[in-house]
Every structure is written in structure tokens, then in C-alpha cells.
Design a protein around this ligand. Structure first.
Ligand code: AMP
Length: 429
């Protein structure tokens, strides 16, 4: 017997029955982001490795340890994208979008790839939906973007998600903070976990968001980045908070929020969910300002701010909510042995007229078809036999119980639509 081949570890299949909740999240985002003026951008899944090295940063976990990097047949070093901000920025620069309009708002969605240690809410192929606003350096842009995420979470019906904000300063004030932090951490080196002792040399900011309790205790007593902000950075941060207040967006200031990518300046933020189902993967999204990235990638000096939400984690939360996202059929058509072709034709016509129709192409006994109708969760069943065909009249049987409704075969769609919505059927198995 041939050996079975399984999918790649950390990369999941999404099958019908589960995909509906994903589609709900995506369509909610599309509608809402559209209202805020964001247009969709699609970039390739593979980029020149240098793009991520120069933007996300060589010393980050993402680039240093987690990228799927390979050589193509022409000897180029390519990487599966681990995130969406750098590819969008690359496209923005390549198409000289700044020469076409002063402010651009883009969103993207799709799979990202990181070779991470797998656990609940942490996969090797995962999905993000993110947005980027280019050309506006004002704190109002940061606030508007956060408001968009808040409205997105509301539209999904997800509560108990907390917005954390912080400022990492800029090239003027961050070096002093950085130096102070490194001095402080070095004096507590022995108390840090092994990973953080290495981070101390390579990427000291990351020590601040280590999950290890001892490292957290060290970080909590360390220097506070907000006390090091220069005047323009401080004003940006206070203005941001004022605007969030005006919008009624609730937030907490968390001076230890650093995020795992190098490209941020000033504002950084994260949305953290309280639900225990996410375990340690409680951050459902995050982002920040990256005013220097475009220039660093050889592009124009254009400020930008963006975020990415993890779809896998939003879907986990929605599944916990117990809501069902599957659209059940409006109608199941069952036929006797003389009416199979007519049933097939009627189903085809009603689908053209916009109904969701289930029909058992295998035929079989009426009893087995009725069983199937029950399982399908359809609102109504219509039995089509010789008598219905000759009279042109049939009955709509409500599957939730109650009286059947007489219907003319040439008026089925309108009659189904006119029926009041009955309570939901049992979930489709
Ligand atoms: P990041 O690009 O690391 O800021 O991630 C943004 C969001 O993507 C996170 O808040 C998570 O919700 C999600 N995310 C990041 N890495 C993973 C992963 N390996 N598996 C699932 N979701 C992830």
C-alpha cells in the first residue's frame, strides 16, 4: 500500500464548515476598511530576502530565526514573506505611488510564513489582515487607524480586547534610552533567561517583552522609554492620546510594549485579548509608525503607520463565541424515480434565481433523500414527483416544523423568499 502524505507541520487546511468564519472575518474587514478609504493591495508571497533583512531587521527573531529562505534556480536568495508591511512598502516605492497622491491607504490579507515553535494560535503558515497609511505623519492618522481596528473588532462581536499603546521615540531620543537600557540590563544579566542574555547583545529592546517572569521583573524596574522622549516625540504621543480620547477609543499606556520588528519609530500599539483559549498567543494584532522605513529601502521620505491582525487568532475567538457562520440552504429538492431530470432542472433554475438549493445528485429512495434534507439544515423541502410535475403545484415543507405552504412550480423562489425566517436548524454536520 502507498504511504499516506500529510500536510506540512504548522500549516493547516481550512475546509468547508470552518472556512465560513474566515470568510466572515475577511468580508467584515473589506467592508469596514473600505469605509475608511483603504484599497486592497496584493503583493507576491515571495520577496528578495534583502527586503526583510533591511526593514524588519537582521537581529529580530523573524529574520534571524524564522524565515523560510531559499535559493531559486537563478541563485537569488528569496524568502516567503513573514509579514506584509515590507512587501507593501516595496510595492509603494516601486510604483512611485507618492508621485501620484500625497496620502495612500492600503490594506492586504493573505498567508504569512514563520518557522516558529507551534502552539495554539501560533502556526508556520498563518494569516494576517493589515492596513498601511502612507504620507501622513500626524498623530490623527495613528488614532484613525486604531479606531478602525476598534470598529473592526466591534463588527466581529469581539469584546474584551485591550488596546496597549507606547512610543519608542525616534532617531534623536532613542539612542539615549537604548544606552541606558543596555547599561541597566547588563547590571542584571544574571537574572535574565538564557535567551534574554543573548538578546541583550543583539536586540535589547526585546528583553522587555520576554514572557519569563524573572525577565519581566527586571524589565518592570528598568528605565521607562517615555521619560526619554524628545519634545516632538512627546507632543506626538500626547496628541495621539488626546485624539483617542476624542474618538472614545479606550487604551492603556504600556511603556514596556516594544514589538518584535525593528522598523518602528514613535507610536507602537497592540490589541490584546483576555480570552484563555488563546493561552500565550493573546496578541490579536499590532502595529505602529515607521516613518524612516521607506527611505531606508531606497524610497522617498514618506511617513507611514500600519497594523496587522492575526486572522487565526480572531477565528479562534469567534469559534469560542459559539456563533454559527454557515449559510444553510433555502431549499432541498427531493424527487421520485420518475422526476430526477426535472429536479435537476428545477434546482438549476432556482439557483439562477438566487436561491441556495441542495439536491442529491445520487437520487435514491425518497426516505434517504429526506434524511439528507434534514442533515442539510435547509429551511424547506420540496418533493417533486409525477403528480407535482403534471399539476405544476407542490408544497414547501418547513424543516423546523409547522404547516406546509402550497407553491406553484414556476413561483418557488418568490414564495420561499416571502416566508418568515424560522429559527435556525441544527448545525450542519
Ligand atoms: P507581528 O507581525 O508579529 O506584529 O504579528 C501581528 C499579528 O499576527 C499578531 O498579533 C498575531 O495575531 C499574528 N501572528 C503573528 N505570528 C503568528 C503566528 N506564527 N501564528 C499565528 N498568528 C500570528
Amino acid at each position: 500500500m502507498s504511504q499516506k502524505i500529510n500536510g506540512v507541520k504548522g500549516m493547516n487546511d481550512l475546509l468547508p464548515g470552518e472556512i465560513e468564519v474566515w470568510q466572515f472575518v475577511e468580508s467584515t474587514a473589506r467592508t469596514l476598511f473600505g469605509r475608511f478609504g483603504y484599497g486592497e493591495v496584493r503583493t507576491p508571497m515571495v520577496e528578495d530576502t534583502a527586503l526583510f533583512v533591511r526593514s524588519v531587521g537582521e537581529e529580530t527573531d523573524i529574520v534571524g530565526k524564522e524565515m523560510y529562505t531559499f535559493e531559486d534556480k537563478g541563485g537569488r536568495s528569496l524568502s516567503l514573506r513573514p509579514e506584509g508591511t515590507a512587501p507593501a512598502a516595496r510595492a509603494y516605492i516601486e510604483h512611485s505611488v507618492n508621485n501620484q497622491e500625497p496620502v495612500s491607504r492600503w490594506f492586504y490579507t493573505g498567508p504569512m510564513f514563520r518557522y516558529e515553535r507551534m502552539q495554539t494560535g501560533r502556526y508556520r503558515q498563518f494569516y494576517q489582515i493589515g492596513a498601511e497609511a502612507y504620507g501622513a505623519k500626524e498623530p490623527a492618522q495613528d488614532a484613525e487607524l486604531m479606531d478602525m481596528v476598534v470598529q473592526f473588532l466591534e463588527a466581529l462581536g469581539l469584546q474584551e480586547v485591550t488596546l496597549n499603546i507606547n512610543s519608542l521615540g525616534d532617531e534623536n531620543c532613542r539612542p539615549a534610552y537604548h544606552a541606558k537600557l543596555v547599561d541597566y540590563l547588563k547590571s542584571h544579566r544574571e537574572e535574565l533567561c538564557g535567551d534574554c542574555q543573548q538578546r541583550l547583545e543583539r536586540n535589547p529592546l526585546r528583553v522587555l517583552d520576554c514572557k519569563n517572569e524573572k525577565c519581566q521583573a527586571v524589565a518592570a524596574a528598568g528605565p521607562n522609554v517615555l521619560e526619554f522622549l524628545c519634545e516632538p516625540c512627546r507632543t506626538h504621543f500626547t496628541d495621539l492620546q488626546r485624539k483617542l480620547g476624542a474618538l472614545g477609543v479606550r487604551y492603556v499606556v504600556n511603556h514596556r510594549l516594544v514589538r518584535g520588528l525593528d522598523y518602528y519609530t514613535r507610536t507602537v500599539f497592540e490589541f490584546i485579548a483576555a480570552h484563555p483559549a488563546l493561552r500565550t498567543a493573546s496578541t490579536v494584532g499590532g502595529g505602529g509608525r515607521y516613518d524612516k522605513m521607506m527611505k531606508g529601502l531606497g524610497g522617498p521620505d514618506v511617513p507611514a503607520v500600519g497594523f496587522a491582525m492575526g486572522l487565526d487568532r480572531l477565528v479562534l475567538l469567534l469559534k469560542e463565541s459559539g456563533k454559527t457562520f454557515i449559510q444553510r440552504p433555502d431549499l432541498f429538492i427531493a424527487v421520485d424515480e420518475t422526476s430526477h431530470d426535472e429536479g435537476l432542472k428545477l434546482a438549476s433554475r432556482l439557483r439562477r434565481e438566487g436561491l441556495k438549493v441542495d439536491f442529491d445528485t445520487r437520487g435514491g429512495s425518497l426516505k434517504s433523500q429526506m434524511k439528507r434534507a434534514d442533515k442539510s439544515g435547509a429551511r424547506f423541502t420540496l418533493v417533486l414527483g409525477e403528480q407535482e410535475r403534471t399539476s405544476g403545484q407542490a408544497k414547501l415543507k418547513p424543516m423546523a416544523g409547522g404547516d406546509s405552504v402550497p407553491v406553484a412550480l414556476d413561483n418557488v423562489a418568490a414564495t420561499v423568499r416571502a416566508q418568515p425566517e424560522a429559527p435556525a436548524q441544527a448545525p450542519v454536520s
